[in-house]
Design a protein around this ligand. Sequence first.
Ligand code: F6P
Length: 320
Amino acid sequence: MKKIGVLTSGGDSPGMNPAIRAVVRKAIYHDIEVYGIYGGYAGLISGEIEKLGLGSVGDIIHRGGTMLHSARCPEFKTKEGQQKGIEQLRARGIEGLVVIGGDGSYQGAKALTEQGYPCIGVPGTIDNDIPGTDVTIGFDTALNTVIDAVDKIRDTATSHERTFIIEVMGRDAGDIALCAGLAGGAETILIPEENYDINEITERLLKGQERGKKHSIIIVAEGVCSGVKFADELQKAANLETRVSVLGHIQRGGSPTAADRVLASRLGAKAVELLIEGKGGRAVGIENNELVDYDIVEALENKKHKLDLNLYKLSKELSI
Ligand code: F6P
């Protein structure tokens, strides 16, 4: 393999930049040319492709976002869109592609693989919901951003003796809510993977108040319902007055943590190694601190991401 491409796609995540850097530097180390595709699959279709050198990825290891920019691209869900993308790559002699992104990005990489174009998926999303890896690039940073916010909200919650509802990202996966809830000492955590019982929640909150608890923190994953809607529900169920904080896109930004930089560097380099070995159609990941790779089609079809529900149980035990 003499020329490879790299793109970032879908919701950005802190750590995408160090992953791009690792792909570029590892490839150049092995005398392979690297082409950056700007704007995700949309940029691939329209040919926003430029050669990257060692210096192109200088001074980005500590930066959030992605220097290659990102997009969600409905056209790439079609066969025609995918073919246009492959043509752009082949026209430049680019023989393999590293795709850094989340679920939608993996679907794109899978489609290219099924059409005979070698792709490697690198898990980059704050959601932590990619099959074939224990953790995704960006999750640790996002979690720390959420914890920083929870700690600050706790200060004002204590001063005013209030119950706060904090809405975090996670449409289908409760990883951010669960880990932030556990690490932030939340009284209640609502995740898409588990149903909740409003009576049980109000009972716990009221019991806590009777016992002298001065404030409470409730973390709601956006996939369950909005924080405002849940505040309404609490008001109706138990006449509980709350304040709501929606953390939103600050969760996607910021300088990547050391853990994310190390993970991104390892996974980016691993993706290049696989292409050098002539292996396309793989998804890289980390399991028990070992680098692993799986057939991307099989990973998406058979290796669904599962939330560790033991953590959910533990959070309930610790927040009595
Ligand atoms: O996939 C990452 C993610 O941040 C989700 O947690 C969130 O629901 C979504 O992206 C938001 O996407 P957008 O920025 O396109 O609104």
